[in-house]
Design a protein. Structure first.
Ligand code: ADP
Ligand code: MG
Length: 341
């Protein structure tokens, strides 16, 4: 359906899309997941023929987007990050205009416009000026334009940004219903959104594809980073020596425990190994009773953070900074209060 090969987009020395390759099959919902600036919009703009690539190939339904843009674009409907709405038109006028651009048969136009307005629930505002519509309605008008003519591939850049929770649910349901007849690619920087809607996730970081799989498999894939949490009664030094002797443990940390004469241990384990029994026997031999042992698998959230390098440390630092600036603000407010007294 869509094949992207070694796609590159440079802006000066900044590489926005860095050798991206992937394939998209029919009738599925694909999600581009990545933090802001990862290159999602740039990739979508290239696939849809909005901007040129620096290098690489995009084939849509057998047509190269750079060589046969008209034919390639025919099978794509696109909702860009900022929908190109003409605010002095009504939704009906705008869709009529879009239908002309899409060269939809004159006899079919009105029927098709009617259908997409029903699908996106904008019929009751069809004769109001777009400029007077709420953000949610504007987004739906953009979506109606993307679906109009039922292109085989529908590409949506951050379709739920700026919508309220109720609108988000409605748009998600609509996207899901579209996948019965269409292939959908959507982008989002919100993990829960992608895992709720998409059959397949492509995680993009700094212009590179760092992982692609079903949401379920992505969590499994990272099973290599399985972690164990333990509480063991025994001497810290002694436990350190024992744990250092178990190869499959990649790293471990020992903390004080609320349990008497015991420590809490967290450890990361090499991929696909289950070392619970090894630990049991090692501790039994050393006469260090295990009081608790728990496997903690990585959530998709952890996978995302790890793959995109959005380290927890960075996040924690950020929270720390925010706290400090908040305290500073409070201090200054107090001083203000004192002065005004
Ligand atoms: P995303 O959609 O994932 O947030 P973008 O594709 O918008 O990311 O941006 C990817 C990178 O390319 C960013 O570093 C951004 O600053 C840069 N970029 C995007 N558009 C331009 C442009 N027109 N000129 C220069 N740099 C750009
Ligand atoms: Mg974007």
């Amino acid at each position: 359906m869509i094949e992207v090969k070694n796609l590159v987009k440079r802006y000066g020395s900044n590489v926005a899309v860095d050798n991206l390759s992937f394939k998209v099959e029919k009738g599925q919902i694909y999600g581009f997941l990545g933090p802001n600036g990862a290159g999602k919009s740039t990739t979508m703009n290239i696939i849809t023929g909005y901007i040129a690539a620096s290098d690489g190939e995009v084939i849509i339904n057998g047509h190269n987007i750079f060589e046969e843009p008209e034919l390639a674009k025919k099978s794509i409907g696109y909702l860009p990050e900022i929908p190109p709405l003409y605010v002095d038109m009504t939704p009906y006028e705008y869709l009529k205009f879009a239908a002309e651009l899409k060269k939809i048969d004159k006899k079919e136009r009105d029927k098709m416009i009617d259908e997409v307005m029903k699908l996106t629930k904008i019929t009751d505002v069809s004769n109001r000026l777009i400029r007077n519509l709420s953000k949610g309605y504007k987004q739906r008008v953009g979506l109606a334009q993307a679906i109009l003519g039922y292109p085989e591939v529908i590409i949506l850049d951050e379709p739920t940004v700026g919508l309220d929770p109720k609108q988000i649910i409605e748009i998600r349901d609509l996207i899901k219903s579209l996948s019965k007849k269409h292939t959908v690619i959507l982008s989002s920087h919100i993990l829960s959104e992608v895992s709720a809607v998409c059959d397949y996730v492509m995680i993009i970081s700094k212009g590179k594809l760092v992982a692609s799989d079903t949401p379920k498999n992505l969590s499994k894939l990272m099973a290599g980073s399985n972690a164990l949490e333990l509480t063991i009664r025994g001497d810290k030094k002694k436990l350190e020596t024992i744990l250092n002797g178990i190869d499959a443990i990649q790293e471990f940390e020992i903390h004080n425990s609320i349990e008497e004469r015991a420590v809490d241990i967290t450890m990361k384990i090499a991929s696909q190994s289950d070392i619970r029994e090894d630990i049991f026997y090692a501790m039994a031999e050393a006469k260090c009773p295990i009081l608790a042992m728990k496997v903690s698998n990585m959530s998709l959230e952890d996978v995302f953070l790890e793959l995109t390098g959005e380290d927890k440390e960075v996040k924690e630092n950020q929270i720390e900074l925010e706290k400090k600036s908040f305290e500073k603000m409070e201090n200054e407010e107090e001083k203000e209060d004192e002065r005004s007294l």
